[in-house]
Design a protein around this ligand. Structure first.
Ligand code: CP3
Length: 357
């Protein structure tokens, strides 16, 4: 077993002392990097890139060569799970993800196969173990999955959605059908994430990208409760170290007190919630991650530095010295100039000495 050279990301998630604030970026591997576009070109397309362990490993490491990131994240996609359940994932240029089949009836849900992640998603597990050996202990590797609710939005709508017409219709007209789908997905995600942990993932993030589209009671019933079920089903320790779990509900900052009950070690926040309020609400019960508006990276070096310093001032306002991981409040976009994330990352490391030094 290789020892971890930089474990400040895991330590901060478990609220253990850190020397400086750990930082990574959601979607840190992607189209804003010319070397990513080059490797994707070699692979042919995005899905072929995900399915080839060498290519997936290469693009995972690309942002770590440019920036002093404190964690790597598996290069894959949340929609590999519905794909493995037989829906047929494809991408149309400029249109985002789509499925050949949708899930809209009781029969559609009953027809979903039981997932065996180790065999059905063997290419993901190969990517995890390949990346883990290539990292050679440099930083920890994050595994991930979509939340059942977020996966279900794509499966029921047949792709990306703004209105969530079909899934909300299912939620209010046939809630038992949606519950059956979400339960099936929760079991699939438990199997999938435990397989990632077995293959070498050292922390887990659950992306609930669309939980914030729900009303607060429906959020608990249709999104949060299934994440709670998943967390209860995950292996929490490997090789003598705890596997921290991060729950990220975009738009969930107003429900923090409730989200604490999921059993997650950390909660991710988007940029709409002030970190000083969030730190007071959670009062040391979980760690927090976030929450710079990704659009800040469109600004000048001076404006990025200013925004990062303000974020750290908020994060450490209540005097706590750990339990915080710097990140964006959602994924980095394809339009960011690759010079700008370096300013974000370096400012986090340098300025946090004011509070942790
Ligand atoms: O963070 C990382 O660097 C790891 C890679 C990662 C991808 N997708 C690669 C990707 C992760 C963690 C995801 C998660 C994901 N995928 C989410 C949850 C996070 C979030 O942003 O809310 C969601 C909702 C998806 C579904 C998805 N995949 C969409 C909507 C799209 C198209 C929109 C877009 O940004 O292009 C994808 C495609 C996708 N997934 C790309 C990448 C790098 C772009 C594909 C390309 O190279 O053309």
């Amino acid at each position: 077993m290789t020892t971890l050279k930089n474990d400040r990301f895991l330590r901060a998630l478990l609220r253990e002392p850190v020397d400086t604030t750990p930082v990574w970026m959601m979607r840190q591997a992607g189209r804003y990097l010319p070397e990513y576009r080059e490797t994707r070109g070699q692979a042919g397309d995005f899905l072929s890139l995900c399915k080839n362990a060498e290519f997936a490993c290469e693009v995972t490491l690309q942002p770590l060569r440019r920036y002093e990131l404190d964690a790597a994240i598996l290069f894959s996609d949340i929609l590999t799970v519905p794909d493995a359940l037989g829906l047929g994932l494809y991408f149309e240029t400029g249109e985002g993800p789509k499925f050949h089949k949708t899930v809209r009836t009781e029969q559609d849900v009953a027809n979903l196969p039981k997932l065996n992640a180790k065999s059905d998603l063997a290419y993901v597990m190969n990517a995890v173990s390949t990346i883990r050996s290539a990292l050679n202990g440099q930083v920890p590797l994050i595994g991930f999955s979509g939340s059942p609710w977020t996966l279900a939005t794509y499966m029921v709508e047949g792709g990306s959605s703004k209105e969530f017409r079909f899934i909300k219709q299912m939620m209010y007209a046939q809630p038992e059908v949606l519950h059956a789908l979400l339960d099936h997905l929760a079991d699939s995600v438990i199997d999938y994430l435990n397989a990632q942990i077995d293959a070498g993932a050292q922390a887990i993030q659950i992306f609930d990208s669309w939980g914030g589209a729900l009303a607060h009671r429906e959020y608990v019933e249709f999104s949060m409760n299934y994440m709670t079920k998943i967390i209860a089903g995950l292996q929490r320790e490997k090789d003598g170290r705890r596997i921290p779990i991060i729950v990220f509900t975009k738009g969930g900052g107003q429900w923090l007190e409730t989200i604490l009950t999921t059993g997650a070690d950390a909660v991710g926040l988007d940029w709409t919630t002030p970190l000083y309020t969030a730190r007071d609400v959670v009062a040391g019960r979980v760690a927090l991650q976030g929450n710079l508006d990704p659009a800040v990276l469109y600004g000048s070096a001076a404006s990025i530095e200013k925004a990062v310093k303000a974020m750290l001032d908020d994060a450490y306002a209540n005097g706590e010295k750990t339990g915080y991981v710097a990140n964006l409040g959602h994924g980095i976009t394809q339009w960011v100039d690759p010079a700008q994330p370096k300013i974000f990352v370096d400012t986090v490391h340098e300025y946090s000495h004011k509070y942790l030094g």
